[in-house]
Design a protein around this ligand. Structure first.
Ligand code: GLV
Length: 326
């Protein structure tokens, strides 16, 4: 073990701890609640490496408070919690955990599609309340999934996994992305590139897979929601602020769309009050990647990333490799 010091803001998993402990004198935040910001700033002050979560902001203030810091690894694919430009200015290499959570997040996206279309959560509550009157012809009618049109906004690793699953449901897939996928990928996934307006207008399910960036904040606005079919559903497993939540509540109130299934929220852990009481929304607690296998892989990946920096290698998932060579 070197004399380098690391801070992990969670106990992580034994597999990841073994990697960190072999290379660093590592301090773990062991409390059940999240590390308070003041505590994070205090504990990171003498550390060389930080393994953090998407709920912790790595910004100019934190970097200024940690003059020895050389590596920051967020245990998430999304890195909107990290000011990467500020990390570069401080010669801190930042990393994320892409790839290992794609299939798991695509699975959850499909769980949400099925749950909202077939009113599964509403039905479950009914059964538990003991108020189900028995089978009726017109009871709990939802929307078909099979054979419908799936609109995928953001056609990166996760969007493509979602499309692959749609093959089994014999759906038409329209996608919009900042760049068009190779023709072979389109053919293999039976997916057609379309302008975002067309995806919104023609899809029965619109699912979001763009990262949160200044250009994607409130991508799903009042105007975007107004383009969707009244029978369509919105699915969000990326980042809450991609959807204007107040606009979504208004669109649901006006029956401009049929429902929504959300795993992420604008101001987590808060949920817009207008969503809570609705029966046409499914609300999941940001569990897109939450399987034991995947979360373990993510933590191991983050640990390996910080180790690479201290072994003088470019970490496999560097977001600012230029910070390493300075
Ligand atoms: C989860 O939301 C992640 O970004 O990994």
């Amino acid at each position: 073990m070197s004399n380098s010091k690391a801070l992990a803001t969670r106990p992580l998993f034994p597999e990841a701890r073994a990697i960190l402990d072999a290379h660093f004198d590592t301090e773990y935040w062991m409390q059940p609640e999240r590390i308070p910001r003041a505590e994070l700033l205090r504990r990171v002050a003498d550390k060389d490496a930080l393994v953090c979560l998407l709920t912790e902001k790595v910004d100019e203030d934190l970097l200024a408070a940690a003059p020895k810091l050389r590596a920051v690894a967020t245990v998430s694919v999304g890195y909107d919690n990290i000011d990467v430009a500020a990390c570069s200015r401080h010669n801190v290499v930042a990393t994320n955990t892409p790839g290992v959570l794609d299939e798991t997040t695509a699975d959850l996206t499909w769980a949400l599609i099925m749950a909202v279309a077939r009113r599964l959560i509403e039905g479950d509550s009914w059964m538990r309340a003991g108020t189900w009157p028995g089978w009726e012809l017109d009871q709990m009618l939802g929307g078909d999934v099979w054979g419908k049109t799936l609109g995928i906004i953001g056609f990166g690793r996760i969007g493509r996994r979602v499309a692959r699953r749609a093959l089994g449901f014999q759906m038409r897939v329209l996608y919009h992305s900042s760049s068009r996928a190779p023709v072979e990928t389109e053919r293999e996934l039976n997916a057609e590139f379309a302008a975002i307006d067309r995806v919104l207008r023609e899809s029965d399910f619109v699912t979001l897979h763009v990262p949160l960036r200044p250009g994607t904040r409130h991508l799903i606005s009042t105007a975007a929601l107004a383009k969707m079919k009244p029978t369509a559903y919105l699915i969000n497993t990326t980042r809450g602020p991609v959807v204007d939540e107040a606009a979504l509540v208004e669109a649901l109130d006006r029956k401009q769309i049929a429902g929504a299934a959300l795993d992420v929220y604008e101001n987590e852990p808060k949920v817009h009050a207008g969503l809570i009481a609705r029966r046409d929304v499914v609300l999941a607690p940001h569990i897109g990647s939450a399987t034991i296998e995947t979360r373990t892989k993510m933590a191991v990946m983050a640990a390996n990333n910080v180790v690479a920096v201290f072994e003088g290698r470019c970490p496999p998932n560097a977001l600012n490799a230029e910070a390493l060579v300075r």
